[in-house]
Design a binder for this molecule. Structure first.
Ligand SMILES: [Zn+2]
Length: 404
């Protein structure tokens, strides 16, 4: 089957031997290898490939621009040591669904496209869904060009190094105007489908979420000679902030995570001079998210004062809540029902390109069951039978949407 073949070809690309996780960061060597895989797979299916001004990949069955295209896909980049399914499952399923439509003699009445959006995870430049945000104008090109990775390389420099023209990035109204619907298939990043005993689900909406950077500035000193009372240790208010975030999230039925932290100078026998840490916060609605973040900031300020440390907070990105197009969502549900699949409708706390695109074009998502719910980890998994059920579901959806 086409899915298994394409999946096996992509599987080794960008995988770290030691952890088994993926390190597919945008505009790196493993990203180039993913792009080459995309082009090869599309060409094998007789699709025309294209890279837009923002570095997003497209493969077209039919010529885009005239009739409103039906687009499916996802992303190929990963978080550090991410799993195999988050992103690639949607792209591989898209190609497999097109192969199934072709084999079945389907003739689309409108163009069908496969998209792979760049820097969806924001793992290299810090802004999630950067490729789709640039496409839709949700981030300004100047701001994007100046984003830096952890080595101080800007997006503009990284794109140029990869042979791309960074001066051309920005909204692409012509491309957007030719798309009538976007359907993204994604591995579920939770256990709702497993608990319901359903292989496939349809997304209801995405919680508002964002990233905030906390800079704690203290004073580097000797860990062996500086009395506790004389220290200005930024690690202490940072630690208090992590615990406060957990409590506040618990209180509001929301989610708050500190997972990325950089301490300087980073020596085991020296008190840190600075601690930089990132809060990822998600909540059912915007008011709750605002309250959560302001309470975490307050806790950080109080703890910093207590330890003679300065703290600054900066919002790096925030995504408003997304309700997917109700008409498209209901249509997906009824197409799947007619095909014999009862697909429950689920909300999610995870951001996706479909959520960014939903601001401009009707968008929807299909989820594939994740037995453990684990994601953003090498342990992320989906059973092959469920992946194949995902391809069958996506094939039915594309056949319906592109039929007239
Ligand atoms: Zn994803």
């Amino acid at each position: 089957m086409m899915f298994a073949k394409l999946w096996a070809e992509l599987l080794p690309v960008g995988r770290d031997e030691a952890t088994g996780g993926y390190r597919r960061y945008s505009w790196t060597g493993s990203d180039a290898a993913c792009r080459a895989w995309f082009a090869r797979s599309a060409t094998q299916l007789g699709l025309r490939t294209d890279c837009d001004r923002n570095g997003n990949l497209w493969a077209w069955w039919g010529r885009p621009g005239g009739q409103q295209a039906v687009v499916t896909g996802s992303h190929l980049d990963s978080v550090p040591d991410g799993g195999a399914y988050d992103g690639p499952l949607g792209v591989v399923s898209a190609f497999a669904a097109i192969a199934a439509l072709r084999d079945g003699g389907f003739r689309p009445a409108r163009p069908i496209g496969v998209a792979a959006f760049t820097e969806e995870e924001g793992a290299r430049f810090g802004v999630a869904c950067l490729g789709s945000r640039l496409l839709t104008g949700a981030v300004t090109p100047d701001v994007a060009r100046a984003l830096q990775d952890r080595d101080g390389v800007t997006l503009a420099e990284a794109m140029v190094a990869a042979g791309r023209d960074a001066s051309a990035i920005g909204p692409d109204e012509e491309l957007l105007a030719g798309i009538g619907a976007y359907v993204e298939l994604h591995v579920e990043q939770g256990k709702a489908l497993a608990d319901l005993g359903a292989p496939i689900g349809v997304a209801d909406g995405i919680w508002p979420h964002g990233r905030w950077r906390f800079d704690f500035a203290g004073r580097a000193d000797h860990a062996g000679t500086t009395r506790l009372a004389d220290r200005q240790d930024p690690m202490l208010p940072y630690a208090a902030t992590v615990l406060a975030a957990r409590d506040v999230a618990q209180h509001y039925g929301a989610l708050a995570t500190f997972a990325k932290v950089v301490a300087q100078p980073g020596a085991a026998n020296a008190i840190s001079s600075t601690v930089q840490a990132w809060l990822d916060a998600r909540a059912p609605d915007e008011a709750t998210l605002d309250t959560l973040v302001s309470e975490v900031c307050q806790a950080a300020g109080t703890a910093a004062d207590l330890h003679g440390v300065a703290v600054r907070q900066q919002c790096e990105s925030v995504s408003p809540p997304v309700s997917f197009d109700p008409g498209l969502r209901d249509r997906l549900t009824s197409v799947l029902k007619a095909a014999g699949t009862a697909a429950p409708v689920l909300p999610t706390g995870a951001g996706h390109d479909a959520g960014v695109l939903a601001a401009r074009i009707p968008a929807a998502m299909l989820f594939v069951r994740n037995p453990s719910g684990v994601s953003h980890s090498p342990a992320e998994h989906a059973e092959m039978a469920d992946c194949e059920a995902g391809v069958v579901a996506l094939t039915a959806v594309l056949a319906d949407l592109a039929a007239q």
